[in-house]
Ligand binder design. Structure first.
Ligand SMILES: NC(=O)c1ccc[n+]([C@@H]2O[C@H](COP(=O)([O-])OP(=O)(O)OC[C@H]3O[C@@H](n4cnc5c(N)ncnc54)[C@H](OP(=O)(O)O)[C@@H]3O)[C@@H](O)[C@H]2O)c1
Length: 279
């Protein structure tokens, strides 16, 4: 049995599907119901990472689990979760972290992720840490605007970053959860090439078959928008990467192709697959 936390999100959903397609028994976990048929035939269970004992019946007897701590991880102590996993006989954990844990080790915005990495690496379990770049699915932020005004408003229009398709993170996680060769490894994961917000808007327009106007936001306008759903520290850390990426943050990592034996997916592919959200 493989337990997947964050199972109804951008990464968890394709991860559950990839594991099930590979023939694994999967328990998909989130706090809220998964929705009718959202996870196919996979069994879904409600549990809260902030209450590690709620995971106990799910982790008991499982062989591996995928740990995803969403948001700023308030109220969540990963050490308690890892203890519950170990006591239940779990052998392997794969953690979803972030590229920033490697490229900006001092950034206060992601201090919680570095602390979770430390906890996982000291857990005594076989561990693998995934450090993805920004997700293609962050473009869902533009979905309302595209639907109602055929417009994308974003800051730093021509700064390209190698955003990654969450389905590629999921495919790498599925391999690391099932195969022993990835223990003790930290993988930086990116998409196949840098893509700018202006190019992303163009790709969404191409997939829609209708022109999408691009409006350059000022940093302050973007900050005000992001503050509506992200903590201030995370907003400022995010804007700093989007606006002033380091050379390491612009570089394409070979890891997805090395692990999966195929190139990572482009933003164009992501947009085509998810275009219903923008119609
Ligand atoms: N977006 C990016 O560009 C980016 C880049 C690098 C790394 N990351 C990392 O990626 C992660 C987010 O991944 P994602 O986009 O797949 O997430 P997501 O789409 O926001 O989904 C979050 C998932 O976690 C579940 N969840 C949230 N709080 C929970 C709790 N207390 N207990 C149990 N389940 C909980 C949610 O379901 P319920 O709400 O029903 O519980 C949902 O299934 C974060 O750790 C972030 O730091 C993101």
């Amino acid at each position: 049995m493989i337990v997947v936390t964050g199972a109804t999100g951008n990464v968890g959903r394709p991860l559950v599907q990839a594991l099930a397609a590979a023939g694994a028994q999967v328990t998909a976990v989130s706090r809220h119901p998964a929705g009718v048929d959202a996870l196919g035939a996979v069994r879904h269970r409600q549990a809260d990472l902030a209450e590690p004992q709620s995971l106990k019946p799910l982790l008991d007897g499982a062989e591996a689990f995928f740990l995803l701590v969403a948001g700023a991880g308030e109220n969540i102590d990963p050490r308690d979760i890892l203890e519950v996993a170990k006591a239940g006989g779990v052998r392997r954990v794969v953690l979803l972290s972030s590229q920033i844990a490697g490229t900006r080790p001092e950034a206060p915005s992601h201090a919680h992720l570095r602390a979770i990495e430390d906890d996982v690496q000291q857990s005594g379990l076989e561990w693998t840490v995934l450090r993805p770049s920004g997700f293609d699915s962050n473009a869902f932020l533009w979905a309302d605007m595209v639907r109602s005004q055929r417009t994308v408003a974003a800051p730093f229009p021509d700064t390209g970053l190698p955003a990654i398709d969450p389905a590629d993170i999921a495919d790498v996680a599925a391999v690391a959860l099932r195969e022993p060769d990835h223990a003790g490894r930290v993988y930086e994961l990116t998409g196949p090439s840098p893509v700018s917000p202006r190019e992303q808007a163009q790709a969404i327009g191409d997939a829609l078959g209708a022109p999408v106007r691009f409006v350059a936001q000022s940093r302050n306008e973007a900050r005000a928008q992001l503050l509506q759903f992200m903590p201030e520290l995370v907003v400022d850390g995010t804007l700093s990467i989007l606006g002033e990426p380091s050379p390491a943050e612009q570089r394409v990592s070979p890891a997805v192709e090395q692990i999966l034996g195929r190139p990572s997916r482009t933003f164009t592919e992501w947009a085509a697959r998810n275009i219903a959200a923008f119609r």
